[in-house]
Design a protein around this ligand. Structure first.
Ligand code: 5AD
Ligand code: SF4
Length: 465
């Protein structure tokens, strides 16, 4: 059974928000917060909760850390370069703290949930006031209040399997696109991945909570709902599985789009594909991370599927959803991967012809199984393989999009153009980027666009009135 944070505890945090509010009201100006979330959508979604709590506590927001009274980095631990960026950015805050000793600096998220990182921050960055891990996000008001009340540094990194906390205020970045976490944590322990160590065990929100949140969002005019989970296919909300949850959401009335990520190929069922094919609102988009084209490497990665099974899913999905956009994640240079293994990944890319792929060079994560495996290939060599992969993918992206030339796609307009500032941009039901000749009043609305130009990462077209 998932461990839900009790109503009393949620209320208690409400009291702390009020107390902080009483403090911030005494400032001679409206205090400003600068917050930045690194990494995946789940982290960005946590960032929206932090902003929701800050807003309730009397803060407004700024994009300029120099003007801020409160600075928070919500960190990511998936790859080392993201961590290094945070260390670099933290170092640069020292002069701000020297200039304004009342400035509060906080670090939270996956990176600090690792003890060795929290220790390093404690030692190297004495001007950081607050460090809290992913399991105590809901206690942020209490921690912030202790800093005001006691003036001490707060480190809150309890060991936990993870909890679910409903009722945290959310300040959403967009007025028409909303992320809705349906589950937290991960049980898969892919050998390269730090997520299960920093986000705890898999736990699902109750379907009633999710449905009421989504229908509330649609009533408010939200047009795109992104359901989030490390492995949405293993969602289990009191016996309701993922495809059943999708069906319930698809039954809601209105014009809106439902997307989701991420699907694990071992749990992605043929019935899920049927559900997408038969739906009214679900995006024709499957993000199905394959990670490697070599069965030997997939085994070492502890992925629990082979390429033959993966290809059968792809074949079925493309048959049932002819306009499917298929995307993936790939890791190059996993410990022990040979050039022959890597060539199998290249072959897979050529065979599947993904619409788009997120490719990463393997990054060693302390505490994972892969970190103990022999890794004889040099970074330089891995870089060469990586570039080879990008070249193959570049070609297949463009090929995959050619079929849209001359077609009309329904697009949710998001803002200024990505290919050209004079255009407007949005995403189609396939979640493909489409730029077109729109204007300000189209933002947040669906429009029909006839595709006139195909790039390898986007489509360009003209609005049909
Ligand atoms: N090194 C490189 N890439 C990684 N990913 C996860 N862990 C690592 C790592 N240690 C990639 C996987 C995953 C995506 C979100 O990040 O491809 O699907
Ligand atoms: Fe990491 Fe694997 Fe879990 Fe995804 S499924 S978060 S890659 S352990």
């Amino acid at each position: 059974m998932p461990q839900f944070v009790s109503d009393e505890e949620v209320k208690e945090q409400g009291f702390f928000m009020k107390r902080v509010c009483a403090v911030t009201h005494m400032f001679d100006h409206v205090p400003l917060a600068y917050t930045h979330s690194y990494g995946c959508q789940q982290n960005v979604s946590d960032g929206e909760k932090i902003n929701g709590m800050l807003y309730r506590m009397g803060y407004d927001f700024t994009d300029d850390p120099e003007k801020a009274d409160f600075i928070l980095y919500n960190t990511c631990a998936v790859r080392e370069n993201a961590e290094n960026r945070v260390f670099g950015n933290l170092g640069a805050l020292k002069h701000l703290k020297n200039r304004n000793p009342n400035l509060i600096i906080a670090v939270c998220g996956c990176m600090v949930q690792q003890q060795h990182i929290a220790d390093r921050i404690k030692k190297t960055f004495p001007f950081v006031d607050l460090v809290f891990g992913t399991h105590v996000l809901h206690k942020f008001p209490e921690h912030l209040y202790s800093i005001f009340a006691e003036g001490k540094r707060v480190y809150s990194l309890p060991e936990s399997e993870g909890v679910i906390c409903e009722g945290i205020p959310v300040k959403r970045d967009s007025k028409f696109k909303a992320s809705v976490p349906i589950m937290y944590g991960c049980n898969n322990f892919c050998t390269y991945c730090i997520v299960p160590y920093v986000r705890g065990r898999e736990r699902s929100r109750n379907p009633e909570e999710i449905i009421s949140e989504v229908s509330g969002l649609i009533e408010k005019g939200y047009k795109e709902i992104l359901l989030l989970g490390q492995n949405v296919n293993s969602y289990d909300g009191n016996g309701v599985d993922f495809k059943e949850l999708l069906k319930k959401l698809d039954n809601l009335e209105g014009e809106f789009k439902i997307s989701f990520m991420t699907s694990h190929p071992k749990d992605c069922s043929f019935e899920l594909i049927d559900t997408i094919a038969e739906s009214r609102h679900i995006s024709w988009h499957l993000h199905l991370p394959v990670q490697s084209g070599s069965n030997r490497i997939l085994k070492l990665m502890n992925r629990h599927y082979d390429i033959e099974h993966y290809l059968s899913l792809v074949e079925y999905a493309r048959k049932r959803i002819p306009e499917l956009q298929l995307t993936t994640d790939i890791i190059v240079g996993f410990p022990g991967e040979t050039y022959e293994d890597f060539c199998e990944t290249l072959e897979l890319m050529k065979k599947v012809k993904y619409d788009s792929a997120f490719t990463f060079i393997y990054s060693k994560r302390e505490g994972t199984k892969a970190a103990e495996m022999d890794d004889p290939i040099s970074e330089e060599e891995k870089g060469k393989w990586f570039r080879e992969l990008l070249e193959v993918q570049g070609k297949s992206g463009e090929e995959a999009y050619k079929k849209y030339e001359g077609k009309v796609l329904r697009v949710l307009c998001e803002g200024k153009g990505r290919t050209d500032e004079s255009l407007y941009t949005g995403k189609s039901r396939q979640n493909i980027i489409v730029d077109f000749n729109g204007d300000e009043q189209h933002i947040g609305k669906f429009v029909d666009v006839k595709i006139t130009k195909v790039l390898n990462w986007a489509l360009v077209g003209e609005i049909i009135q």
